[in-house]
Structures are given as C-alpha cells and as structure tokens.
Design a protein around this ligand. Structure first.
Ligand code: AMP
Length: 249
C-alpha cells in the first residue's frame, strides 16, 4: 500500500502570534515556522504502518512556499520515502488544497491519505473531509487508533463521551487526532539521509484546478485581554457577585 501524507507549513505552535495592526491577518515576518503538529502525527502513523509491513511507500506532499521544502524534508527525515512540493505563495483555502490533493491522488494512486485533523493556523478542519468527498472515498476522521486488516481499516475515533470504532474500506482518507501516537524525532543521520531522498517541485498551474478563494477575511483581531480578578471578603459577598455581577447563578 502507498500512503500519501499532506504536511502543512504553519507558524510554530510555541510562537505567540501577533495580529497585524491593519487587522488583515497575523504577522509572519521573522516567525518560526514548523510542520503542523497533527501532520507530524500523520507522518508517524504512516511510518508505523510501513514498519508493521502494512505499507511500502510514503509520499509527503505540501502546498505552500518554496520554504515548505523544510517541512517535507522533516517528513523524509522521520521516515517518508519521497516528497512533492506544489509551490505557491498565495494563501490556499481548504477546498483549493483538497482539489490539488485529489489531482495528486489521481497521479500517485495511494490507497490511503492520512492528514492532520486540522491546521493550527486556520483551524479549518475541512481539508480531509473535502478530499474524501471529492474522491468519493470513505473517511475516518479524528482517529486515535488505526489498524489495517485485509482491504480495510479499523479506525477508532474520539467522539463526544467516548470512542467509536468504524471499519472503512480502502482506499480511504484518515485524519489524525492528538492521541493517535507520539511522533518520533528525526535522528541526525536520518536528517542527513533525507537530503538525498527525492523531492519533486511543481507549480499550482501544473494541475489546472481552480483554487480561487471563496472566502473573504473580514478582519483578524486579538482575543480580548483577561481582566484581573478581585478578592472577596466572604462567601456571602462571592455569592452576591456571582448572582448580580457575573450573572452565572
Ligand atoms: P485544515 O482543513 O486547513 O484545518 O487542514 C487539515 C489538514 O489538511 C492539515 O493537517 C494537513 O494535513 C492538510 N493540509 C491543509 N493545508 C495544506 C497545505 N497547504 N499543504 C499540505 N497539506 C495541507
């Protein structure tokens, strides 16, 4: 089985993002960028399936700027076999990404696509679902466990109040939840080896799909600042404030 793993270049999760003063977006200048954390989990899962003998090849694909090669190289250093960058400096919405990924699936014929459940920059949680719909493939979203049996996958999903296990036939789309696995760190020798692994670079125009934005960002603002708390003298005063000021009881 061949596995395709889309990896997105996003602002590192440790960075405190700054909103631009004109409220058009967040400031990306001199900000540390990394692989989307849910995509690291997706790469790890693909590698584990390969190590268990359930997959032969892992292809990591990213849609983004030239520098997104760094994130593909990270996937290669972790254990992916090949990389593909579809180069663009434009912001591409989940529908555009899903349309491009469909084309890649048609070219590469993987049996499984494992994506992150969401990108931590746009928090869309849409790409995997849209890709499954475009391909007319079954989907197992928010996976916390993936097991392959003949021609199908058992996917355990984190849902409200418990775990649901579904059986989906391959080919299929899976999206990863946080508890699926703990991604490995790439060792130095593997980072060196990854530099020699094949990485194809293509342009969005090579795929002939309409990726024009459908959404307009009206504005991006900072969350409201948390106000300082107050000390109360007695339980009576606390109850009074909860009733009359906070209005929560
Ligand atoms: P989203 O729907 O934007 O929250 O993203 C969900 C998942 O889709 C991510 O975790 C990635 O696996 C994949 N994805 C989204 N955008 C891209 C991109 N530009 N390049 C590669 N993969 C992407």
């Amino acid at each position: 089985m061949k596995i395709l793993v889309p990896v997105k270049r996003v602002i590192d999760y440790n960075v405190k993002v700054r909103v631009k003063s004109d409220e058009t977006g967040v400031d990306l200048a001199n900000v540390k960028m990394s692989m989307n954390p849910f995509d690291e989990i997706a790469v790890e899962e693909a590698i584990r399936l390969k190590e268990a003998g359930a997959a032969e090849e892992i292809v990591a694909v990213s849609i983004g700027p030239e520098k997104a090669q760094d994130q593909i190289r990270q996937a290669l250093a972790m254990g992916a076999d090949r990389g593909l960058l579809i180069k663009t400096d434009d912001v591409i919405e989940p529908l555009g990404v899903a349309k491009l990924l469909r084309k890649v699936v048609e070219e590469e014929n993987p049996e499984l696509v494992i994506l992150g459940k969401q990108a931590i920059d746009d928090d869309s949680n849409q790409t995997g679902q849209m890709l499954a719909a475009l391909l007319d493939w079954p989907q197992g979203t928010f996976a916390s466990k993936v097991e392959k049996s003949d021609g199908s996958l058992n996917v355990t999903r984190e849902i409200d109040g418990g775990l649901q296990t579904i059986k989906i036939n391959l080919p299929a789309v899976v999206t990863t939840d946080l508890r699926l696995n703990e991604p490995r760190y790439a060792s130095l020798p593997n980072i060196m080896k990854a530099k020699k692994k094949p990485l194809d670079v293509k342009e969005v125009s090579d795929y002939g799909v309409d990726i024009a934005p459908r959404l307009e960002v009206v504005k991006v603002t900072e969350p409201p600042r948390r106000e300082a708390g107050v000390k109360v003298e007695s339980v009576e005063e606390l109850v009074e404030k909860l009733k009359n000021e906070a209005g929560v009881i």
